[in-house]
Design a protein around this ligand. Sequence first.
Ligand code: ATP
Length: 235
Amino acid sequence: MLKIKNLWKKYKKEFVLKDINLNLQKNSSLALVGESGAGKTTLSRLILGIDTPTKGNIHIDKNSMSVVFQDYRNSVNPLFTIIEILKEPFWLRKTTFSNEKLEDLLKTFNLSKRLLDKYPHELSGGQLQRVCILRAILTKPSFLILDEAFSALDVSTKSQVVTYIKSLKKEQNLTIFLITHDLEVATSLCENIKILFKGEVIESLKTNCLGQAQNQYTKLLIDSIIPLKIKETNE
Ligand SMILES: Nc1ncnc2c1ncn2[C@@H]1O[C@H](COP(=O)(O)OP(=O)(O)OP(=O)(O)O)[C@@H](O)[C@H]1O
């Protein structure tokens, strides 16, 4: 679904992405985890074709792909109501919007039905981010890109939404590419993790083998974020 080969990106004289390689197969899930300034936004811009690489190649299967953008406020039409925002991908694809499951989904996403007739500026950041996630999954994509998609959600709503996306992964064979600073969400949602540090992938791990981390920075990240019980099951 997504293949990146020997990807480099330079801004002025400095390389901010250095020799990135990854191969995301159908029906699998991969999280790219990095702290602020690691290069996540740069990589996501290259993947989505908003910017061009200095060197290297990106192949992406855009058929049945949905994206939740980091900048969720600018990813919606401010003149549309929330229900229109949810219907927009169906209009663009000239398919019929089916709302039979919408009421249940709104409940799962902790969104009131009353929000459907409001405009984006009338919603909180967390509410609008959930609308964007909902919009991305309503079309039943087979490939979902989540770029810092949970950043505005409180802990319990985040957990509810992540659990729902995990259920979709099983039911719809969803392929997931997650870009995040949040290792906890990454380990909860994805089977494979790549740690991005100062523009380089310094470690690639299976989520169920976090205890095998070699790199000191990765170990620190695991120690600071993963609850003790998860660590114990991996040791
Ligand atoms: N347009 C630009 N011109 C010059 N340098 C840039 C530009 N965009 C990003 N950078 C630099 O590239 C590096 C990676 O930035 P990037 O925004 O990709 O990191 P990030 O991991 O997304 O950080 P955050 O989590 O804080 O958004 C940083 O050192 C940043 O200063």
